[in-house]
Design a protein around this ligand. Structure first.
Ligand code: SAM
Length: 302
């Protein structure tokens, strides 16, 4: 990295990597490490988690806003641990997508064993192509639980999700985002650690500012971006990632004293407007005025 790339205006505009090739690598990664993931994480493959897993899953039902009559997309479902919990406890119907065929087969067995075939369907597919798998405007909600960051082309991904969401539908993302520091040396260390995470986990940790620009350009309304609203003492201390690293040797941290924690966890909710932002009073809504300007539309014409 060049020093000037640490400056906000000096950062290189990334060209998104080929999402299909990247997804194939992610699939291989989860196929190969399936047993290790099950052993360390169990059926909920999330690093930022509560000691009692039911707590974070019940919280997710509330924060995503899941309820019985909904049709829901789980984008990056693991072994459907969360999807099965949500179907049982919120009653919604879920289409779950994973790129890993090993995870897909394991999910099918769990779903069958638990008698949830009517509620949870699992598909092996690339989530960048969900618009080719499901009819348009199918889902009330789509959620990503520590899966969004695997995408190297988040714009393509959220465009595809837009198509399969009903108007008025929502996207929920829980993920890690690049930390920022006012000290260039610390920033350099953060970015070096992020490079290691990206390489080891076939990830592409998002920058929050780039993400915000991108989703607004696409036309999503930002409902919230916040830290997860569960008391910190209820969370595991991320030791689960260490266990996984010890077991697999993946991204092992050798010197904890010098380690700089490179990421923040946020939860984000986006809304696909159910109205035409060009029409009526809706155009005065602040985020919509921004959209009109971005699209060079003159609001006096309406
Ligand atoms: C860290 S796991 C999280 C699993 C699950 N959300 C959970 O909470 O247990 C990441 C998941 O994202 C999925 N994933 C990553 N890239 C994908 C892609 N391009 N298409 C579909 N699934 C993908 C992986 O297959 C894996 O199941």
């Amino acid at each position: 990295m060049k020093i000037w790339e640490l400056l906000p205006w000096g950062r290189k505009k990334k060209h998104p990597a080929d999402s299909a090739a990247h997804a194939a690598e992610v699939g291989k990664f989860y196929n190969k490490n399936h047993d290790a993931f099950l052993k360390v994480y169990g059926e909920i493959i999330q690093a930022f988690r509560t000691n009692n897993l039911d707590n974070i899953l019940h919280y997710q039902i509330q924060t995503i806003g899941l309820s019985a009559e909904q049709r829901v997309l789980d984008a990056g479902c693991g072994v459907c641990g969360p999807a099965r919990f949500f179907a049982r406890n919120a009653g919604c119907s879920i289409d779950a997508v994973t790129i890993s065929e090993v995870q897909q087969k394991a999910s099918e067995e769990y779903i069958l064993r638990e008698g949830l075939q009517d509620k949870v369907k699992v598909h092996q597919a690339d989530y960048h192509l969900v618009d080719t798998v499901f009819p348009k405007e199918t889902f009330d909600k789509a959620y990503f639980l520590e899966s969004f960051g695997h995408s190297p082309d988040k714009e393509k991904l959220l465009k595809a999700v837009w198509k399969v969401l009903k108007p008025g539908g929502e996207v929920y993302i829980k993920d890690l985002f690049r930390r920022v520091s006012d000290n260039w040396m610390v920033q350099y260390k953060i970015d070096s650690e992020i490079k290691k995470i990206n390489k080891a986990y076939i990830y592409d940790v998002a920058d929050l500012n780039d993400f915000v620009d991108m989703v607004r350009k696409l036309g999503y309304v930002i409902v919230f971006i916040k830290t997860i609203d569960i008391p910190l003492e209820d969370f595991e201390n991320l030791s689960i990632s260490n266990e996984f690293q010890e077991l697999t040797g993946i991204a092992k941290i050798d010197n904890w004293e010098k380690y700089i924690f490179p990421i923040d966890f946020f939860e984000v909710k986006l809304y696909k407007p159910e109205y035409d932002i060009n029409k009526g009073m809706h155009r005065y809504f602040l985020q919509n005025v921004f959209q009109l300007q971005m699209n060079h539309l003159n609001k006096n014409e309406f």
